[in-house]
Write a protein that binds this ligand. Sequence first.
Ligand code: ATP
Ligand code: MG
Length: 273
Amino acid sequence: MAIAADRLALPEKPRIFTVANQKGGVGKTTTTVNLAAALARGGARVLVIDLDPQGNASTALGIEHRAETPSVYDVLVNDAPVADIIQKSPEFEGLYCVPATIHLAGAEIELVSLVAREQRLRTPLEAFLSESEEPFHYVFIDCPPSLGLLTINAFVAAREVLIPIQCEYYALEGLSQLLNNIQLIEKHLNPRLSVSTILMTMYDSRTNLANQVVQDVREHFPEQVLDTVIPRSVRISEAPSYGQSVVSYDSGSPGSLSYLEAAAEISRRGAPE
Ligand code: ATP
Ligand code: MG
């Protein structure tokens, strides 16, 4: 295993990931927050965009997101510049967040009638990244568990898709629907989109089933699945209640080490061609 505190090689251009799976509770937010924290700890400048009205990523990064807080809703619906919304996470130097508030719950419907409704995130994000004085290295967009307009906006804004898959019996169910949707986006809205990364989450080494699921997914997606698997860990699940990533909450725990290793792997593999 790579040593946790290593500095990581930084990409030349910002790598923009959408973290998506329309299944609920598979570890999208946990993965977003902890990979972002791990990369920031490795020396990268990282932006997390919370695109889920639940605001869980904002919470876990210790970011203010009461209803009146300027949020990603203002970017999507009111044309607010990302620079006016962004907050610095207390977690690590170089870690930033565009929070989500409860207002985002209405955006799915409000977006329908807006001009260029699928480009509402891409345009302001590109502007922000190109104007930012200090360059960003990674952007992670945390999606809600659905394939609606919020998730579509994330797919259009990103270059890479990261799919967390829970090591459970129904893991592959619904995946073909997700992949079909991504193909449609590729064809019509974002030809550069690619599913670059799959991360197996909540792995329980005591069950044969978990091993079987990991094997199955690796057979289907040999290129995409990271070698690192995230174990089921109580430390991972309790960190958000302290407004922390597990990487800062208990950095030496197996859960933290696994996210640090996954981050190192993502950095080593580099961006897709
Ligand atoms: P949603 O679809 O609701 O947005 P999600 O896909 O973002 O969910 P998370 O919120 O990241 O999923 O995780 C679901 C629950 O499982 C949370 O309570 C989280 O703390 C817990 N969890 C995630 N990963 C692990 C893990 N490796 N070990 C133990 N618990 C975990
Ligand atoms: Mg979530």
